[in-house]
Design a protein around this ligand. Sequence first.
Ligand SMILES: Cc1cc2nc3c(=O)[nH]c(=O)nc-3n(C[C@H](O)[C@H](O)[C@H](O)COP(=O)(O)OP(=O)(O)OC[C@H]3O[C@@H](n4cnc5c(N)ncnc54)[C@H](O)[C@@H]3O)c2cc1C
Ligand SMILES: *[C@@H]1O[C@H](CO)[C@@H](O)[C@H](O)[C@H]1NC(C)=O
Ligand SMILES: *[C@@H]1O[C@H](CO)[C@@H](O)[C@H](O)[C@H]1NC(C)=O
Ligand SMILES: *[C@@H]1O[C@H](CO)[C@@H](O)[C@H](O)[C@H]1NC(C)=O
Ligand SMILES: *[C@@H]1O[C@H](CO)[C@@H](O)[C@H](O)[C@H]1NC(C)=O
Ligand SMILES: *[C@@H]1O[C@H](CO)[C@@H](O)[C@H](O)[C@H]1NC(C)=O
Length: 501
Amino acid sequence: MLQKWHVFMLYTSVLPVASASKHRAQPCVALAAALPGLVIFPNSTLYDTHNFYWSERQSNLSPSCFVAPNTAQDVSTAVKVLTRHNAPFTVKGGGHTPFEGASSIEDGVTITLASLTDITVSADRKTVSVGAGNRWINVSEALDPLGLAVVGGRSATVGVSGLTLGGGISYFSGTRGWACDNVRNYEIVLASGEIVNASPVTNRDLFWALRGGGGTNFGIVTRFDLAAHEQGDLWASSLIWPGSVNTTLIPLLHDLLVRNLVADPAAHLYFILVNDASLGGYAVVSDQFHSTHANISPPAVFSPFHDVPALSVNTRIANVSRLSRDIEQAFGGRTTWWDTTVAATASPNLLLDIVPLFEAHVTRLRAAAEPVNSTMTPFMVFQPITLNILQAMQVNGGNALGLKPEDGPIMIVQVNVMWSSPLLDAAVEESCGRLIREIDTLAAERGARSKNGYIYMNYAGRPQDVYAGYGLESLARLRKTARKWDPNGEFRKLWKGYFKL
Ligand SMILES: Cc1cc2nc3c(=O)[nH]c(=O)nc-3n(C[C@H](O)[C@H](O)[C@H](O)COP(=O)(O)OP(=O)(O)OC[C@H]3O[C@@H](n4cnc5c(N)ncnc54)[C@H](O)[C@@H]3O)c2cc1C
Ligand SMILES: *[C@@H]1O[C@H](CO)[C@@H](O)[C@H](O)[C@H]1NC(C)=O
Ligand SMILES: *[C@@H]1O[C@H](CO)[C@@H](O)[C@H](O)[C@H]1NC(C)=O
Ligand SMILES: *[C@@H]1O[C@H](CO)[C@@H](O)[C@H](O)[C@H]1NC(C)=O
Ligand SMILES: *[C@@H]1O[C@H](CO)[C@@H](O)[C@H](O)[C@H]1NC(C)=O
Ligand SMILES: *[C@@H]1O[C@H](CO)[C@@H](O)[C@H](O)[C@H]1NC(C)=O
């Protein structure tokens, strides 16, 4: 009898919701009742402020409402309301993912973490607790004046959350690994609404999974306790060369990958080939950093690059805040990012032979852009994952990325495009996919496919099978961990966007 009554109660509480579920504002109304003042409907002037993303493709979607929790407890309440209403939702950290629907949603709820902005430095200066709604500029503006830094993002407005959950390449990665390797503790809201911590001593399986395994499968992280280190200003140099010297520079980049960055792990760089009308065609761009070099003349590790005549060189010694603003990329416009990795070979030929594949992609995109008078700026970015980085990733039981020192070094090859006409979205995606396949095929022919074909999640295109690149062992462990912490698969079912296990 009791049981029957219980079942009846369940039905009465579920039925009105189920019948109203066609009415899309219903979960929003329930959220507004549970979290008064924290739900933003489309009729509010704040709606457009929240529906503003780095990539215009994300801003183009319109959620039924935003909910902006102030505390982990509010996040927990939101999760409970959403699961009770079987309501599709997404989570916005900094909102920097280029593809639509990664942290935006049409006809669903967006939980925006923008109000979780606490930043607290521990008395011993070793830990900085960072609310999940912060951007890296907020962290560096708090830490620079204290002479502290964390292993975090390089660009000012990128979100702490997404970057850290997917990996996180930093100025300091050569000595300390990626951002995910420098989290001491995560505070996280589970599918049940329970708030737990994950660290090397508490819920260790969850801690491991959150180290690069991505957010959307495990829970909503509300606070990251990051390891801090003593840090003064950095040496930095931004160089632009004509495209024609790529054949001189790429062998120097190859030397960095296999040798020179290992010998001087305080050095860090990325290296870009770009085709842009304003640059008159192809150019090579590199931003270089050194976290201990205190003299304006280039450190030995980068001096061969500085010996190649450049169109412009901007060398400075500056704090993290200034550097991260310098390299900031403006909001707006249509963008896509894709990536793959290749293993280092004995000679630079593999990297050199990727260049004509990029040039063919540029030709395809220019041909597509012309008839619709669209801007079109294709990039190819090389980012080294050197042996010292792979070694630093192994601390505290290692991360979830499936990368081991014996499989390295590897090079991330990133394919980014910026354009203006929405008519070109499909053509751009198709060309990027083709270029990535061609790079993978070339690498395979040279015996230089990286082990598992690792793809960095935070640079990946929407159709890419990111988790396959973590390798079978890591993938099985991630799936098992997701099942343990979300046993009913609520997040798998309701949390839309990004990459799902
Ligand atoms: C201009 C620019 C510069 C960049 N620079 C770097 C760099 O230097 N190094 C680097 O490694 N990467 C860099 N990236 C890539 C960056 O790491 C990813 O775009 C990352 O996803 C951004 O995080 P976000 O919080 O801003 O994104 P969002 O789009 O808000 O989030 C990404 C995903 O994580 C989920 N998520 C967000 N917050 C949480 C949370 N608290 N808990 C659980 N899930 C959550 C979202 O639902 C979404 O699915 C850069 C990107 C851009 C556009
Ligand atoms: C905005 O919409 C919500 C939900 O429909 C409603 O409750 C609220 O009263 C509206 N506010 C204004 C100012 O119209
Ligand atoms: C984060 O930094 C930006 C840029 O400086 C600033 O506009 C914003 O107010 C900061 N956020 C907080 C919570 O301080
Ligand atoms: C960083 O350095 C600049 C000068 O380059 C200075 O104006 C700024 O105040 C510094 N920022 C912080 C947060 O210390
Ligand atoms: C690379 O350099 C070669 C030789 O100078 C040149 O022909 C080619 O256009 C360059 N490619 C790019 C992408 O800059
Ligand atoms: C092409 O676009 C530019 C702006 O990007 C504009 O100034 C120009 O008038 C456009 N030309 C045509 C033919 O539409």
